[in-house]
Design a protein around this ligand. Structure first.
Ligand SMILES: Cc1cc2nc3c(=O)[nH]c(=O)nc-3n(C[C@H](O)[C@H](O)[C@H](O)COP(=O)(O)OP(=O)(O)OC[C@H]3O[C@@H](n4cnc5c(N)ncnc54)[C@H](O)[C@@H]3O)c2cc1C
Length: 380
């Protein structure tokens, strides 16, 4: 058992920390207010290799391990969770899915530019009536011989407008239920594919969340990922890894808020002393530090299991459940420690509190994580 990070892992963490401070922190409040996608910053993240972190260098990636990815996600999320969700979707859902299940042609055509960050991708599973219950897909992909014909609507799609490549999950054969679902690669600009308006959100407001409409969109057969009927399994496999990304996003949001609260508590005076010297505040900080450290261990354990090619379904779900709920609690306390200043934008903690909420909802709500965990421990 060795808890030390490697030199390379420390270097990646420091690089992400520097990038977040110099490139993401300036303008983060304004982007949140204006719901502005961090386009320039995402481009630079691509150039630095943060958008294809775990992809094999032969496909344009950085060839790093999942532990490094967790460390980088934490650092980016401390400052800008709208940027880190782009990173998470591109790395853990789109690139990972294509690298593991795509054909060589699909990898050359789509994975290489995605891993280099020249383009970004989106993962399209949710629908107006299919969220947690992802088997209830209403979007259809009818087999027409050389191509599939897609019709339907996807909801809440991250990178909805800024993506170039969309992995779309759709029902081909309803009689086979979830075994009749396919995952198809759709390109922006394909005829009949329309991006809806941007959602006006509580948090991660800089991220680009849209509904997508498909009307008779023709997708060539070679754009199907895996065998016929593999789509649902593909979605579940990618989401299992995605949870590690979102867990580290929650971890970063919490540790960002904690660091701000710690600093503030040593500066702000009340009743003749720093508020950190009041036990009620010191104990809050102690609780926050313990919870963050516990979440960090869960995230790194899940990442390590993934790197060791072990099953990480349970550890990933545990990490996401715990880190997301913890991020909500910690950010609320960070606002409390800031008093009235916590309630205004320039102190950052109110944004982190709003951003924390989404980690309990997307890529499987906290309730769904409990289903995954309880099924696993009960051996169902
Ligand atoms: C900002 C944002 C970005 C997103 N990005 C993406 C994306 O890129 N791609 C994508 O495909 N989706 C995306 N989503 C969708 C997200 O994954 C879904 O919102 C989420 O899975 C929940 O689905 P739902 O909204 O339909 O809620 P529902 O499934 O309707 O759930 C409503 C409530 O019921 C609970 N519930 C449901 N079923 C059960 C059950 N069996 N037992 C106990 N409780 C249950 C849920 O936990 C929740 O509290 C995004 C959502 C948001 C808000």
């Amino acid at each position: 058992m060795n808890f030390n990070l490697s030199e390379e892992q420390i270097m990646i963490r420091n690089a992400a920390r520097d990038f977040a401070q110099t490139e993401l922190l300036p303008g983060v409040i304004e982007r949140d207010e204006k719901q502005q996608f961090p386009a320039e910053q995402i481009k630079k993240m691509g150039e630095l290799g943060f958008l294809g972190m775990m992809v094999d260098p032969k496909y344009g990636g950085s060839g790093l391990d999942t532990v490094s990815y967790v460390l980088a996600m934490e650092e980016i999320s401390k400052i800008d969770a709208s940027a880190s969700v782009v990173m998470s979707v591109n790395n853990s859902l789109v690139c990972w899915g294509l690298e593991h299940y795509g054909t060589e042609e699909q990898k050359q055509k789509y994975l290489v530019p995605l891993a280099k960050g020249e383009i970004i991708g989106a993962f399209c599973l949710s629908e107006p009536e299919a969220g947690s219950d992802a088997t209830s897909q209403k979007t259809t992909a009818i087999d027409k011989g050389d191509y599939y014909l897609i019709n339907g609507t996807k909801n809440w799609i991250t990178n909805g407008n800024n993506a170039t490549v969309y992995l779309v999950i759709a029902q081909t054969d309803p009689e086979k239920m979830h075994k009749g679902i396919n995952a198809l690669i759709v390109e922006k600009g394909m005829e009949g594919f329309v991006v809806g308006p941007k959602e006006n959100k509580l948090g991660i407001r800089g991220s680009d969340t849209h509904s997508l409409m498909f009307t008779d969109v023709k997708v060539p057969k070679e754009n199907r990922i895996g065998e016929d009927g593999f789509g649902f399994k593909f979605a579940m496999k990618t989401l299992a890894g995605g949870r590690i990304g979102i867990a580290s996003q929650a971890l970063g949001i919490a540790s960002g808020a904690y660091e701000l609260a710690l600093k503030y508590s040593k500066e702000r005076k009340a009743f003749g002393k720093e508020i950190s010297k009041h036990q009620a505040i010191a104990f809050k900080l102690a609780d926050m530090a313990v919870q963050i450290e516990a979440a960090r261990h869960l995230c790194i354990k899940a990442a390590w299991e993934k790197d060791q090619k072990q099953n990480y379904d349970l550890s990933g779900a545990m990490a996401k459940l715990y880190a997301a709920d913890m991020a909500m609690q910690v950010t609320i306390e960070a606002v409390q420690i800031h008093g009235g200043y916590g309630f205004v934008k320039e102190y950052h903690v109110e944004r982190l509190m709003r951003d924390a909420k989404i980690t309990q909802i997307y890529e499987g709500t906290s309730e769904i994580q409990k289903i995954v965990i309880s099924r696993s421990i009960l051996n169902d």
